[in-house]
Design a protein around this ligand. Sequence first.
Ligand SMILES: [Ca+2]
Ligand SMILES: [Ca+2]
Ligand SMILES: [Ca+2]
Length: 500
Amino acid sequence: MKSTRALIIIIASLIFVGASLFSGPKVNAIVQPAACLSDYNLDGIVNIGDFNVFAQHYRQDLYDCSKDIVGGNCKLDIVDFQALASVYRTQQCRNTAENRGFVLKVDPAFSESKLPESMKIWHQRLINSFTNVSVYPNPYTAAASRDAYTLGRTVNNHQTALLAALRATGDPAILAEIDRIMEIARSTLADVHPECSTFNLCAEQQDGYLNWTWLHDPQSSLFGSDTHQMDEMLTHSMVASAAYAFFVNKDFDQKYLDHANFWIDYLENHFETKIRTRKNNSTAITFIDENLTHPYIQFARFDYYMYKMTGKAKYMDDYKKREKVAKEKIFITRILPAGEAFVWEHRMPWIYNTAGQIVNGGAVWLGCQSTSYSVYTFGGTLDLELENAPFYRDSLVKEKFSRTMSNLIIPNNAVISTILTPDVCGGVTVPGEGISSTGSDDDNFGRTIIWTHVGQSIWDKSDKLKTLFTTLYTTDESNQNIPKQIFIPAYMLAVERVRN
Ligand SMILES: [Ca+2]
Ligand SMILES: [Ca+2]
Ligand SMILES: [Ca+2]
């Protein structure tokens, strides 16, 4: 204790020097500095409480890399200290409409009039969509479906886009909309769903654990089950992400504390426990998996947010596994004239052996991920980018994902009628990458109006994507003030946030 106190005193005196060296004239800075990652308790100011956390971990290798501030080295060193000092006791980390990075905490004093000019119009459009009965895809009927396929895809994409808009604005109305949709889904949870009788699954399902069910294909033997691995993963990644938004706003409104507590309990003591019990697996770090890239990547959201909400090491351990596989195996860099982009396989054959090494588990390669399936991979990666989660927080990583969209999926000189390339490899096999283009998708660019890909505009410095999507919006929405499709307004709020 004595040494910790001495360290605090030494560093505190350094902060005084550091603050005078690094603070500078940033009072009116609009986007939060990266150093605001040192606001560990998310209360909008870096002060002594955050500093104590910093001091406790100073010069240690961090278990929780999200505590790292700068350098991406998972360690708090002098460079991190200088970053912390640069925002110490300043107002730069306040999560206000004028001064905001990408944080989930709402601004209690939010007003559209405080947003930068270029964001106001997209904000108005997004809010108007909440009362549009023609909204497509309809998130309310999707949330009421009880169907893990629909929850994991339609609701997941929708909520992920709203979470990006919430991060960009801090508008409590967007958090309320996310909650409204989650409450619809919550109302359909049950121990047993009637469709379980189709394939005699009712006895198994009647275990006291709440679940949704899988209703996508009445011919499939998984119809009426609660064990569709991929869709259980996609669904519960979304649930954890929404729950975390309630969790960080638990002081704003009692109902968010209550709802966060409900979902945390549901996720660990119903969903997770159900799967572990069925598989007789009480201890392995990974309790559910599927060797396709999109659920594998999406489930890192479950791990990350569950770790942030519960502090339980099992979640961060699983996150670290997924992060390592993503970084070392899944996302392969391709060098393009415009810069570096990522390409990746649809199948994810990588597993850990008993020695803790990543090895090819032998699953058959399927080729580059098709453009339409990449909706779910991009939903996961972008959410983790905005959260500044390890690996995804790296600005070069963000730009590489963005170029996959701007320079591989979208052909050069594209206009809104252009057919997209069939896969994330741009329909091209490059020898040496170890994966091949086999895609046959022939989606029109117009399809992206309901895709998470719109969010790739955020880090596209060329503004090619922003230009294409805003053109698509004006062409496709018959009433631009009251949109039917939320993806462009939601993600354009994030696009404009980094450009102001
Ligand atoms: Ca703080
Ligand atoms: Ca560091
Ligand atoms: Ca059950």
